[in-house]
Write a protein that binds this ligand. Structure first.
Ligand SMILES: NC(=O)c1ccc[n+]([C@@H]2O[C@H](COP(=O)([O-])OP(=O)(O)OC[C@H]3O[C@@H](n4cnc5c(N)ncnc54)[C@H](O)[C@@H]3O)[C@@H](O)[C@H]2O)c1
Length: 440
């Protein structure tokens, strides 16, 4: 099939590459001409494990192309995916201007029956809005609009796309359903379902999934905070809870709050949808409040240790990306924490295995960056761990200790066991567990 993907970001590029991998001819369209040129020259603009190999193979074999030419691409497409940004608008609801503008543009370009698939995360009712825009210029037998939300996780996006837990397709058109079934057949050979439903339910499924996962995170963060107050260990509590088949083990890790380009904006947008429907969705508001407090909780711990003026204190940061295996720093808790430290006059020195280029652009000279995780520790007063990259899990503690002014760690990701930290003489303050004040 001839597929076009409009918007070549994390979702568009991964989707396009994976559709090419199953034999389709894919053209990815973007308005960012410099990015398109780099992709045409073989440069993969995001870090995502496994992407480069597929990108290279499918580009070389002519199945994956990049362009800024929307019209030429749309005219030859059987299926058009919209993988456009839906950032929060001024009032917190999803800004649909990118999606609706492209819908308007392509309504003047489509010449034969085409399925338009909304892959962006969009509020309930958006597919109908897109349909209405297309219908202004196009006869109804020339198009169908499908809601096909994307559930990939950054950092595991290729695996998630090639072997999804499920594919959700919202449409009432038999013709579109058949095209989508054919397109996704190679991805569901192991029996993972394609779940067909109406457009509104498909749109809601995406928000419900993200809001539920965010709720689990905020819930566990509160359990962890309570564990600290009553002397329980959240690691044990998590394992005890997660072994219950009704609960499951995933998404029970406490930390410095959720971030990324999806959870914060999607929880907020769902809350806005609820307000617009005059439904008071109390849990969502609590989830957001807990998260914004959790992001700053580690600052409170640092203040209790050093005092609120951090002038002359050097704080080393390990991990800036909102989670491991990505270079994405959008809404990363580390950004909030680093800004709070700078506001208190701390000298901040940071390292992340993949996100440093993005972080440099964000902090514009106010933060120093190290070439590796040890360099930032030189004469540091404390180390703050904010992303659970594997490379931080078994570091050389003797080296850490010898480089820092004092062996002080604030761990926002609970990477280390308490006992060994005590034995090697660290002050070790983690989440939902006893404070360790090791004797050096
Ligand atoms: N990132 C994720 O993990 C993820 C997961 C699931 C769903 N989503 C949803 O998918 C959508 C896209 O997210 P993303 O993270 O890929 O966004 P992104 O910001 O990484 O990429 C969006 C791309 O669209 C391009 N673009 C903007 N306007 C355009 C236009 N008029 N024509 C062509 N290209 C245009 C931008 O230049 C950019 O390259 C959002 O709705 C998001 O909520 C994201």
């Amino acid at each position: 099939m001839n597929i076009s993907v409009i918007g070549t970001g994390y979702v568009g590029l991964v989707s396009g590459t994976c559709f090419a991998e199953t034999g389709n001819k894919v053209t990815c369209v973007d308005i960012d001409a410099a990015k398109v040129e780099r992709m045409q020259n073989g440069y993969v603009p995001i870090y995502e494990p496994g992407l480069e190999l597929l990108f290279e193979r499918n580009s070389r074999q002519g199945r994956l192309k990049f362009t800024t030419d929307l019209e030429g691409t749309v005219k030859k497409s059987d299926i058009i995916f919209l993988a456009l940004p839906t950032p929060p608008g001024a009032d917190g609801s999803a800004d649909l201007s990118f999606v609706l503008k492209v819908a308007d543009q392509i309504s003047e370009m489509i010449e034969k029956y085409t399925v338009i698939v909304d892959k962006s995360t969009v509020p309930v009712g958006t597919a109908e809005k897109v349909e209405a825009i297309l219908a202004r210029k196009l006869s109804h037998d020339l198009f169908d609009v499908v809601a096909n939300p994307e559930f990939l996780r950054e950092g595991a996006a290729i695996d998630d796309f090639l072997k999804p837990d499920r594919v959700v397709i919202g449409t009432s058109s038999d013709r579109a359903r058949e095209k989508m079934r054919l397109l996704y057949a190679p991805f569901v050979r192991q029996g993972n379902p394609i779940i067909f439903m109406d457009q509104r339910s498909a749109e809601m499924t995406k928000y419900a999934s993200n809001a539920y996962l965010a709720t689990r995170i905020s819930f566990m963060n509160e359990i962890a905070n309570l564990c600290e107050a009553v002397g329980a260990n959240v690691d044990f509590v998590r394992k005890g809870m997660g072994s219950d088949g009704r609960i499951g083990k995933r998404f029970l890790f406490p930390g410095v709050g959720y971030g990324g380009s999806c959870f914060p904006k999607d929880v907020q947008a769902l809350s806005k949808t609820a307000h617009q429907a005059e439904y008071d969705f109390k849990i969502l508001d609590a989830v957001m409040n807990v998260n914004s407090i959790q992001k700053k909780r580690i600052i409170g711990k640092i203040e209790r240790y050093f005092g609120s003026d951090l002038t002359g204190k050097k704080i080393a940061i390990w991990g800036i990306a909102f989670k491991p295996n990505t270079d994405d720093i959008r809404e990363a808790p580390a950004l909030t924490i680093m800004r709070e430290l700078l506001e208190r006059n701390a000298q901040v020195s940071a390292f992340d295995p993949e996100a440093m280029e993005n972080a440099r652009a964000e902090f514009d000279g106010h933060v120093t960056f190290g070439e590796d995780q040890y360099e930032v520790l030189d004469q540091a007063d404390a180390l703050c761990i904010l992303t659970e990259w594997s490379v931080f899990r078994t570091p050389d503690f003797d080296q850490i200790k010898s480089m820092m002014k004092a062996p002080v760690i604030f761990d926002g990701r609970n990477l280390y066991d308490l006992e060994p930290m005590a034995d090697i003489g660290f002050y070790y303050n983690s989440i939902g567990r006893d404070l360790v004040e090791g004797k050096a």
